[in-house]
Design a protein around this ligand. Structure first.
Ligand code: MRU
Length: 369
């Protein structure tokens, strides 16, 4: 997507120094656009854990690149294979919910098995990391084209601006390009369909207010930031035509883990007959799990993220305490929306019901998995 009119991916190899991976430091947005250089597996792990990068597909892409950085380091290690296996473990422990992390690491471990020498490992892991980035971009583009049909259908029926609600940031900042939930929005906007996006602020880290609002604005998509509690009211008053969110892990039966608060939006959408779609690349599907509420690991993050908020003041970006210092806080990062509340899943292969039968109709090769 574009930053100041320039097509930009969220992660890239340094143009002059391919031993460096560059990522946008998302902790600084929307107030500052800065790139961070990653030069080692530990720096890649830090970037994921501290949420310099975040969003399921980008976590996977960064882990893939982290394995390439590890391969560069492993050239001088005594046992390069062991070094790389430990690197995969380090990266695998950064964040528990997004399954794309393990998908990318497994892909790199398989590639590693074909490498006979450390320098062959460098070449193969770099190529595979770049392939992961390219595949993610293409899958997100395809998600956009499939999801576009939903927006076109609403516009053809109403002839009015299409109002879409989204939660958290499942945009191009969460991926390599396009985004998942936002990709249909960009495709529709680029085709001249009038649309407007309700952007949930997404407490506690405010990925909606900080990131989704910023990237929609960069692309010229009309949007409004709303407090997390507003969605139900808007739906009751006919101001939401469609909800599209992303996901960090979707099970075989179509249960969807996504940013905390997604479940409440799905309940409100169900109660008001508003279609609720989830957009995802196949790297977000966990075919080994069925019951998402019971089986998906939910990340718990620090109390500080709930108790403090940061924002721009005349003195720069400042953090402020918003509750009594002594009050404890709970910070569950994700929740699970049961498949029965999901109208459909938008994947790179098309749209299907949120069910095992629906998913297998698009991914028949997983029937035996
Ligand atoms: O904690 P985050 O910011 O990594 O959570 C991100 C989300 O919940 C996104 O909606 C999800 O990863 C889908 S990204 C296309």
């Amino acid at each position: 997507m574009k930053i100041n009119g320039e097509p930009t991916r969220t992660i890239r190899l340094h143009p002059e120094s391919p031993g460096i991976v560059q990522v946008i430091d998302q902790r600084q947005l929307p107030h500052q656009l800065t790139w961070m250089d990653l030069t080692s597996v530990d720096e890649a792990a830090y970037a994921i854990k501290d949420m310099v990068v975040r969003g399921a597909p980008l976590i996977g892409a960064t882990a893939g690149m982290g394995m390439y950085l590890a391969a560069l380091e492993a050239v001088s290690a005594q046992d390069f294979r062991r070094f790389l296996e430990q690197a995969a473990q380090t990266l695998g422990q950064t964040r528990p919910t997004a399954v794309n992390l393990h998908w990318a690491l497994n892909s790199q471990i398989q590639v590693l098995q074909q490498a006979a020498t450390p320098s062959e490992a460098v070449d193969r892991l770099r190529q595979n990391a770049e392939d992961i980035l390219d595949a993610d971009e293409e899958q997100c583009r395809q998600i956009g084209l499939h999801g576009l049909s939903l927006i076109e259908e609403i516009y053809a029926r109403t002839g009015q601006t299409v109002n879409i609600l989204t939660h958290c940031n499942a945009g191009w900042l969460a991926c390599v390009d396009w985004g998942t939930a936002t990709s249909p929005m960009y495709q529709a906007h680029d085709r001249g369909i009038p649309l407007h996006v309700w952007v949930d602020e997404t407490r506690p880290r405010n990925q909606g207010a900080k990131l989704t609002a910023w990237e929609l604005g960069q692309h010229g998509v009309p949007h409004t930031v709303i407090p997390d509690n507003a969605g139900g009211h808007l739906m009751q008053h006919g101001q939401v035509d469609l909800v599209i969110v992303g996901t960090d892990r979707t099970t075989r039966q179509g249960d969807v883990a996504n940013k905390i608060g997604t479940y409440l939006k799905a309940l409100a959408a169900y109660d008001n007959g508003v279609p609720f779609y989830v957009a995802l690349p196949s790297s977000t599907l966990d075919w080994a799990l069925r019951d998402g509420v019971r089986e998906i690991p939910i990340e718990q993050r620090s109390q500080e993220e709930v108790k403090y908020m940061d924002g721009l003041s005349p003195h720069g970006v400042t953090s402020v305490l918003i509750c009594p210092e002594s009050s404890p806080a709970a910070n569950y990062g994700f929740d699970v929306t049961p498949a029965r509340l999901v109208t459909g899943l938008i994947t790179e292969r098309g749209i299907c019901p949120a069910s095992e039968t629906g998913l297998l109709s698009l991914f028949p090769e997983q029937a035996a998995s």
